[in-house]
Ligand binder design. Sequence first.
Ligand code: ADP
Length: 245
Amino acid sequence: DEIGELASTIDILSSKLDEASRESEMLQKQRQDFITNISHELRTPVTVIRGSLEALCDGIIKDPEKINDYYKQMLNDSKSLERLVNDLLELSRLQNADFKIDMAEINLCDVLKDAIRSASNIAQTKNIKIEYHHNKDVFLINGDYGLRQMFIIIIDNAVKFSYESSKIYIDLKGQSKSIRDEGIGISKENLPYIFDRYYRVKSIENKSGTGLGLTIAKQIALRHNINLSVVSKQGVGTTFEFYIK
Ligand code: ADP
């Protein structure tokens, strides 16, 4: 009857409210974690730079070689601070719903070639060959030059996590475009989190990572209506796939 119907509607409403409140709590928690993480990531290099500067100002360090080491360390720390701040600004720009990108017809082949060129220096230092497979020189899609950044992030990671003298394959031929490496791979436990903010594996290969790269890449993909996914096997390699809708 009507009362029964009303009661069940109220039940549905109440469970929806519960769900919304749980979601809002989760978002609040994510925001808090984010701020704690940023503060920590920013504080560490600042503390190190300050400590070094104090030691230099007080004249405690006299050996010119040591002084030089301090300068180099401070330069490295300021570079990583700069990287982090730039990544944060980029992410906040991309996540701002009011920020619209100017879409125009661009040639994906040019964007990819440009990204490969930018990664090739580090690739060379590890004797890694980037193979680019394509069956046409023009592949027009709607986008902006931010796409180049998305590819650079993924190719840079492929180089970073690949062994010396291995290969990276970039495939523009099939329906789904891909970037594949023969590197260390990602474990099953870690795979679901690699697009999350700050998620990163700290290792010798990854001293300078901010853990924001793939989060930025995912945002760029979303903005371009590209489905970005990953398949990986530890010890075998990783493939990032782009499905352009
Ligand atoms: P980072 O700044 O650490 O590279 P990213 O967001 O770009 O941060 O990547 C997050 C993590 O995902 C990396 O720390 C690494 O553990 C893993 N990862 C990303 N790309 C690859 C890859 N091609 N091979 C192996 N691991 C990868």
